[in-house]
Ligand binder design. Structure first.
Ligand code: PLP
Ligand code: ZN
Length: 399
């Protein structure tokens, strides 16, 4: 293992990785895992990646977990990057289909790494607030690890998510409130109950699992766009634009970390995709803060949207998300619920994918950003289908 320590993403204070950690002891901001890339790169080679297992654990050298410890894994990651057939004709659109992950969403990536580390470091009871897919993913990985899962969900979370958690043996508590209220309930009780808090960015390793999205993108762009080129040693070309459905922002923050790591590894150059955060009109704290030029986002009042993964009124990583959007020369945009349903249906018939509403929002955002000239004709754009539409059947019953 090449993990050396944890470092605060705000104040830089170092923390020991070898005991269970949540936030920075100094300033209560998220901790990042720091990997000795020079040492890791002695065995991690792009040329031999394809011979390794088809999961995110093929990037073992840049992930935590000591050698010889078996990860808690269902084979998450390694999802296809599909070329869009009909949805957009004037951009080079690709869809990374994350609905093929275990428990049908990309939450599996983060939970595989986080549950593996939590178990290794001695946690026995894991707790998470979830308005959607995080709960199911934690329930599955905790069950496989032989650990208890305690999941707090808003009462109006899609039924599929609630049933899934229960059937996977988790202790589910429904709360009259939002995901932030669920998080507050865990914070109140965790000490007494002996729970380890697995909230997004409140432990250091979910972001590590999700960062592999960035590695896989580079890997897949390299192979798909340079197949005919002579130089296998050319640096990988990342997409021009990434549209990311942003709740807590774990994947956005994780990919950005991966890009920095890959630059150090010499796998990519300085160029970065323009990163756009896509939110719901009824819950758009990042969009508001971005438009106002703020460094952090205030809690979004009366948050509501059918895209449950986007119903995060206050994200602890807000300052990181906003920094990335600005550094990358990207932006933030919100989409209303009716448009998600409408455009999602369009994606269904044009691409054959029943996408999560969060992803549908990104397809709608693509149209909007094209029409306002923020995405140019011919640019290579990647959208993540972060989950499966099947989990949101309640949203369609009335349609
Ligand atoms: C959780 C979730 C998101 C938001 O992901 P973050 O990394 O927390 O911003 C988007 N789409 C789906 C389907 C999700 O489950
Ligand atoms: Zn700090």
């Amino acid at each position: 293992m090449f993990l050396t320590h944890l470092e605060c993403s705000a104040c830089g204070r170092q923390h020991d990785w070898s005991r269970l950690q949540n936030l920075c002891a100094e300033c209560q901001k998220p901790l990042f895992a720091i990997v000795d890339l020079a040492a890791g790169s002695r065995t991690l080679k792009r040329e031999t990646l394809a011979t390794r297992e088809k999961s995110l654990w093929r990037y073992r050298e840049v992930l935590p977990l000591p050698d010889g410890v078996e990860p808690i894994s269902f084979g998450e990651g390694g999802t296809p990057l599909l070329r869009a057939k009909k949805f957009a004709t004037d951009v080079d659109l690709w869809i990374k289909d994350e609905s093929l992950n275990p428990t049908q969403s990309f939450k599996a990536r983060g939970m595989s790494v986080a549950v593996s580390m939590a178990k290794y470091l001695g946690a026995t009871k894991l707790a998470v607030p979830s308005a959607g897919n995080a709960g199911g993913a934690l329930a599955a990985y905790a069950a496989r690890a032989g650990l208890e899962a305690h999941i707090f969900m808003p009462r109006d979370t899609p039924r599929a998510n609630i049933i899934e958690c229960r059937e996977l043996g988790a202790h589910v508590t429904l709360i009259d409130g939002l995901i932030t209220d669920c998080g507050a309930e865990i914070a109140r009780r965790k000490e007494k109950e002996g729970w380890f808090d697995m909230s997004t960015l409140k432990e250091p390793y979910r972001v590590e699992g999700k960062k592999i999205l960035g590695y896989e993108l580079a890997e897949q762009c390299d192979w798909q766009h340079r197949k005919s080129s002579r130089a296998r040693d050319l640096r990988s070309e990342l997409p021009d634009v990434i549209l990311y459905p942003t709740g807590g922002g774990t994947g956005l923050i994780g990919m950005w970390k991966a890009f920095d790591e890959m630059e150090v590894l010499g796998w990519i150059g300085k160029k970065r995709p323009r990163m756009f955060a896509v939110q719901a009109t009824g819950c758009a704290p990042i969009v508001r803060a971005f438009d106002a030029g703020e460094k952090t986002a205030v809690e979004f009042p009366d948050a509501h949207t059918i895209a449950s993964g986007l119903r995060v009124p206050k994200a602890i990583g807000d300052f990181l998300i906003l920094k990335i959007l600005r550094q990358s020369n990207g932006g933030a945009i919100s989409i209303d619920d009716e448009e998600m349903i409408r455009v999602g249906r369009e994606v269904g018939s044009s691409e054959g994918l029943f996408v999560a509403l969060e992803a549908a929002a990104c397809f709608a955002a693509l149209k909007s950003l094209r029409s306002t000239g923020k995405i140019h004709s011919g640019e290579r754009v990647v959208i993540f289908n972060t989950g499966s539409g099947i989990k949101y059947l309640d949203c369609y019953e009335s349609q």
